[in-house]
Unconditional design. Structure first.
Length: 196
């Protein structure tokens, strides 16, 4: 009987230490500054799995549904303008053999080059890209454009990216053109019109 009580006591002690040890280790890991916080640091244990799983499941539940075929050429050209003004600085331009922008390489994770064969999101439903534009992605450099762009602008740029591998000539040309820079009235160097 004493042997059973001793075994039970050891089990209970091990269980309590195990339940306490894990949270204390995590707290120590974070508060002692051992957790990677710099964008150049390697990922934390299970970081990619946890962040990727959470993102995938959230998007699967919340992404709106819309057919990419419902967007016109004019919508895609408008999406090209939105892309150049808001996305190209991180996600790259449409110019062939253009290197990724320097800022993209300094982010963690690196910003995908959405107009290259390797970085395209043409296999994602347009609603998935819309969700990312609308909400941004936590723990990455992707900001939310929910309060910055109008709803139709978010859809237009999402449709552009969903069809990036088969864009009409007008949208391709719009992506190649130099982006227009519009300054707020009264800003330094402002002429009240497009600078280019």
């Amino acid at each position: 009987m004493a042997k059973e009580e001793s075994l039970w006591a050891r089990f209970l002690l091990g269980f309590v230490l195990g339940v306490l040890a894990f949270p204390l280790t995590v707290v120590g890991y974070l508060t002692l500054g051992w957790a990677p916080a710099a964008s150049t640091a390697p990922p934390m244990p299970f970081e990619r799995y946890i962040a990727g799983t959470a993102l995938h499941n959230r998007i699967s539940r919340e992404a709106p549904r819309r057919e990419v075929s419902s967007f016109t050429t004019a919508d895609l050209v408008a999406g090209a303008d939105i892309y150049k003004q808001n996305c190209a600085m991180c996600h790259g331009s449409y110019q062939e053999a253009a290197p990724a922008p320097a800022i993209a390489k300094g982010m963690y994770p690196e910003a995908p080059q959405l107009l290259t064969a390797e970085g395209m999101v043409t296999d994602d439903p347009v609603g998935v890209t819309y969700w990312k534009v609308q909400n941004g992605i936590r723990l990455s450099g992707m900001p939310s454009f929910g309060r910055i762009l109008k709803d139709q602008q978010k859809w237009d740029v999402s449709a552009l990216l969903a069809r990036a591998n088969m864009l009409p000539a007008e949208a391709q040309q719009a992506l190649k053109n130099t982006p227009r820079i519009v300054r707020a009235p009264g800003a330094a160097g402002s002429r009240g019109k497009d600078e280019n």
